[in-house]
Ligand binder design. Sequence first.
Ligand code: ITT
Length: 193
Amino acid sequence: MRPEKEIIFVTTNKNKVKEVQDLADAEAKSITIEHLEYDYPELQLEEIESVARESANYIREKMGLKKPFFLEDSGLLIPALNGFPGPFSAFVFEKIGNEGILKLMADKEGEERKATFKTVVAFCESAKNAPLLFVGTAEGKIAEKIRGKGGFGYDPIFEFEGTGKTFAELSIGEKNKISHRSRAFRKLLDHLL
Ligand code: ITT
């Protein structure tokens, strides 16, 4: 059967693709996700929304894609560190990793360990259309130590509120029930369906 809609996901991160693919398979069978591995230059802007929007505008101008496409920018925001690492999450992860974040949080207790994961999906129906943004967040706290073998990035130190488990202790399906990415992507699916 011909799929009703094909959309391109522009990202270098295969873990993001796995999660989004799993969610589309489970909740939107008429939508096919095509992965385009392309490392677009990410502007260092203060807001994750602006990074996602400007990245999508760059793709619109440079790539002239013939199909609808989206990309997403995600970040971990820790209020006790004034929102750090936020839009700089990829850079910070590369430089200091989860161990570095745990060190920065060493003197933080209780409410001070709160953190938010945020994903902003930027979707363009065509290269002519300005991006539409869909935002998803997940609330939790920074764990005391690295836990779990699943997931990627900051997952082993992000404990989802109430569950007591880090995202790295969940399967992809379980993470997709509650994650920032799934919440943003579901909004895109609602828009498309
Ligand atoms: P693209 O920009 O090519 O999509 P990326 O991995 O650079 O891939 P981001 O800039 O959105 O993606 O990610 C910022 C950082 O946050 C990066 O280090 C990711 O590993 C991490 N990250 C993103 N989503 C995450 C998630 O769901 N769980 C844990 N870490 C995540």
